[in-house]
Design a protein around this ligand. Sequence first.
Ligand SMILES: Cc1cc2nc3c(=O)[nH]c(=O)nc-3n(C[C@H](O)[C@H](O)[C@H](O)COP(=O)(O)O)c2cc1C
Ligand code: FES
Length: 637
Amino acid sequence: MGKIKSASELSKLRQKILSKRDPKKPCITICSGTGCHAYASEKVSNAFQEELKKQKLEKAVDIKRTGCHGFCEKGPIVVIYPKEICYLQVKPEDVTDIVSQTIKEGKIVGRLLYTDPHTNEKIVHESEIPFYKHQKRLIFGNNRKIDPKNIEDYIALGGYKALAKVLFELTPKQVLEEVKKASLRGRGGGGFPAGRKWETTRNANGEPKYVIVNCDEGDPGAYMDRSLMEGNPHSILEGFIIGAYAIGSHEGFIYVRQEYPLAVENTEIAIHQAEEYGLLGEDIIGSGFGFNVKIHRGAGAFVSGESSALVSAIEGKVGEPKPKYIHTAVKGLWGKPTCLNNVETWANVPFIIDNGAEWFKSLGTSNSKGTKIFSLVGKVNNTGLVEVPMGMSLREIIYDIGGGIPNGKKLKAVQTGGPSGGVIPKSLIDTPVDFDELAKLDSMMGSGGMIVMDTDTCMVDIARYFVKFLSEESCGKCVPCREGLRHMLRLLNNITSGKGNAGDIERLEELSEFTRDASLCALGTTAPNPVLSTLKYFRNEYEAHINEKRCPASVCRELIAYYIDPEKCQACGICTKNCPTGAISGKKGIVHVIDQKKCIKCGACIDVCPERFGAIEKISGESIPLVPKSMKVKSIR
Ligand SMILES: Cc1cc2nc3c(=O)[nH]c(=O)nc-3n(C[C@H](O)[C@H](O)[C@H](O)COP(=O)(O)O)c2cc1C
Ligand code: FES
């Protein structure tokens, strides 16, 4: 393929690609994102290839390996077009049935369909599965239709049309004004208006100007940027080139963490292909505008995602933050104006150019426009990546998309915003999710982490978990963050292990304030959020741990005990066999008893005790009832 030299050549190429594709021809798409890959989707793809060959169908049916569909827990996901028949958790052994029945005879393989857990209804089409039905998949939706290693798939869907439009129809200033008018806010954490940042870099003194894609994504459990980068790298590239044009930059860096090998691979291929097609490099689409992109692999430290730390890392220095007397937008890479935006922020840009700022502004709330991708995880039936319009309530996300809380348990809280975010209690789940509403609740949007917690979650332990993460990830350069977090962690460790003292809550509050006010970068200034928000909404749990040496959710090991209810024990012996320390005594017909001195509280006994007996209980803050030696089992059930 030669280089595209004009907007009309790009449009002709799109027509040519589409004319070669028969929309009625069956196409088996197999998700090959990292999640499905871990479930051996590669073997499923190979099995399809062999089976089609065996059944002499390789010419009649296409196969496509796509990016992540978002519903990773149900992977590997296979969707067959044009009917959009969706099969979940497909194994290589299922492939013969799919080809023989669905492809050849048009029949549905019922066992591979999604079954609604509430109605038992089987759902054939991907878009009708409740997990997808309530989403607005603007940025993420094309992942399932595209082979990320094939630029023509992206072009066929209208890809690079927005780029051609800006290069030939708009001045850089007009592009900037359109993005400003759209009120696009950064998706990487702070929600800073993208257009304003672009303008600052554009107007700053100094050449060359640089642009950066931030795909560090260090939040535990978050993987939206990775999935977009793996599944639709051209959408990010296109937004990135448009941004560079508006800002007046000719050199950009994509910063991806080393632990994302597939994202790196697919982005490298995308850059190479875009260059080959004349969509990147010198004289893009014959417009005279040139822009080159390099990938920088990050070493995988959470703090290196912070803008000044990331800039240092690209410069070849240690990836730790610097004081921001002057912002990176004015003085960034090698002291030059540098505009850094998150993956999802850049990916929004082609949509704004294609559809206009007014259209974009019609999505979302008054101050948060467009959609947001969340990583919905924790105690929720449907986990995965969800994209919703800003303003959708937490309730709708958790219940309509997430399918509610598993095992008949009740919702307790939701943690949003990653490790530096906050916990929102159940009583506030009708809150519309946008930048400002979450901030009002002392949480934040962050990059889109959303962890659902049921009533078995200890809020002090949650705060301890995040503070431990942040304390380990603090670069240690500034004392308030390094020492403040260390002391907070020490106090939280004491409280959760039953060694908390009166005054610890006040000390935590004081340390939080000090760390928030005096730290060098936003890692430290936001790090107290998990403590402050749990204290705000669940202070009684802290008090129970300290004053009563009790963990109300029965989670903190040092504060709980396992106890076998003699009324319920059937002396089946399963717990005895599974106890790793031999702490359980009991014979046939005799009630089993746990020796508390030997018990290491691993919970193996409660996990194996048959549900119909439910004889083992976790207790906290109560004395363990004495069971007479050799007590006989009451009744055999
Ligand atoms: C400790 C820390 C880690 C961060 N990690 C990321 C990250 O992984 N990805 C990201 O886009 N922004 C991250 N940020 C935010 C960036 O500093 C910056 O604000 C953002 O990339 C700007 O892009 P946006 O305006 O498009 O959101 C982090 C900030 C801090 C303080
Ligand atoms: S990786 Fe396949 S659905 Fe996410």
